[in-house]
Structure formats: structure tokens, C-alpha cells
Design a protein around this ligand. Sequence first.
Ligand code: NAP
Length: 263
Amino acid sequence: MKKTKIGIIGGGNMGGAIIGGICKEYNVSVREQDQKRLQWLKRKYKIVTGDLKTVVKRSQVIILAVKPRSFDSVLKELRPLLKQDQLVISIAAGITCRYVEKRLGTKTRVIRAMPNLPAQVGEGITGICAGKAAGKKDLIFAQVLFSRVGVTAVLEEKYMDALTAASGSGPAYVFLFIESMTKAVRALGFDEKTSRALVLRTIIGSLDLLVQQKEDAGVLRARVTSKGGTTQAAMDVFAKHDFKMVFKEALSAAKKRAKELSK
Ligand SMILES: NC(=O)c1ccc[n+]([C@@H]2O[C@H](COP(=O)([O-])OP(=O)(O)OC[C@H]3O[C@@H](n4cnc5c(N)ncnc54)[C@H](OP(=O)(O)O)[C@@H]3O)[C@@H](O)[C@H]2O)c1
């Protein structure tokens, strides 16, 4: 069977992650303006490269993976090159399907996708929604494609800001947690290397347990917290500083910012 031809515009962090995930299953061509990055991608993956015209001409699906600030100029260049039957997938944070449709023509089939950083190791989660002209087939196509870099969730576009706050920014919350816990362990007297190993192993083990036992995190937390014990002493401090409220406020701020930046 012939491989679907995918053109990727922007082979940076996320574009590169997608290329890595899909280049064996699809026929991938890339337009990347940074020559050093382009050479690196060419050495690492089996891809065709070229200017925008070449990449668009040979592709059935075009993935837009440039930063929102470069987005308008790419859309402007893309419009006269685009054919009716080509599907456009945008991963630009905060750029709505409507915005893309308005600039590429309202009949253009547009899919908006929001992956996250763990896509770089095939463990991402990508939220996907469809524009006005895109159909179920296009959504399924995007799901299959992004499943190469993790799991996918189809949702209505009105949930994209919330998804951005949850899974888009989510890795940073986890890294902050790990960073804080490692510092705290270090303050207990362990060296850097041991602190890192203790924290990472604890987190990986706890996650495995959570996934394998299919329990709520709250249930497992209660299970390791015996009354009057060491864990309880730590939990009391978290409660004093209203850790759960801090999280709620932080995510709500992220969602608000996603909405403000959205266009
Ligand atoms: N990183 C994430 O975790 C993440 C998550 C979800 C969504 N996204 C979205 O993914 C998009 C890309 O983000 P990123 O982090 O991958 O950015 P990035 O690393 O800066 O990658 C973008 C790449 O595109 C290149 N580029 C810019 N304009 C171009 C053009 N006209 N033609 C060809 N290449 C061009 C850039 O080159 P120069 O460096 O020379 O400009 C850069 O190498 C953004 O819209 C972002 O919102 C990212």
C-alpha cells in the first residue's frame, strides 16, 4: 500500500517529534528554514526536504508546526499553493480552526491538534478537534497519525484552552514537582545524584502502581498515610499551604492565559 504523503512545515521541537514518530509509516517531506536543524533532521530521519512549494506540491496532508508568531506569513505563502483536496493540520497553540480557515479559504479541511512535550519520546497526549469543512475521516486520520507519538483525545474546540492548561502545560507542573521534591530531599542531607535517583524512582514506581492498580490517586495516598505517621506529618504541611488550591488556581490561570492568547 502506498504511504500517505505528509508535508511538515517547521521541524523544530514539536515538528521534529512528529517527524520521528511518523517517518516510518508515512512518506514525509519537511520545510525547515533553520539549515543546521534541517541537516540534523536529514541525518536522523528518512525524509525529503525542500522549499514550501515543493513540500506542499507533493503532500496530501500538511502539518503546520511553526510558532504562532511565524504562522501568518506561512498561511499567506501557503494559500496560493494549496489544492482543494489537501488536509491542513495545525499544531500552533491558541490558533483556532476558524482563524486558519479564514486565511486559507473556508472550504479548507482544517484539523487543530495540541500535542505535548512527551511526544518527543512517543508518550504524548494530543487533543484533536475539527474545523467546519473537516469530516470524521479527517479526525480519524489525525488520530492515527498522532497515535504515533502517544495517545489522542478528540474534543470540541471550546475545550482546547482547558486542554492546553491541563496536558499542554502539564509537563511543566510535573517537572516543578520533581524539581521541588529533589531540592527538599537534598536538604535532608543526600547528594545531588542520590536525591535525583530517590525522587525519580519514587515517582516512576508510584505511577506504575497507580496505572496497574487502577485506583484513584486519592485512595492510594490515603493507603500510605497512617494516622500519626511520617506521611501524615508531611500531608499536614501540604494541607496548611492548601496545595490543592494552589494547583487549582495555577491551572485556572493557565486556561485564562490560553484564552487570552487564542485567536
Ligand atoms: N513545544 C511544545 O511542547 C508544543 C506543544 C504543543 C504545541 N506546540 C506548537 O508547535 C509549534 C512549534 O513549536 P516548537 O516548540 O516546535 O517551536 P520551534 O522549536 O521554534 O520550531 C519551529 C521551527 O519552525 C521553523 N520555522 C519558522 N518559520 C518557518 C517557515 N516559514 N518555514 C519553515 N520553517 C519555519 C523555526 O526556525 P527558526 O528557529 O529559524 O525560526 C523552527 O525551527 C508552535 O506553534 C507551538 O505552539 C508546541
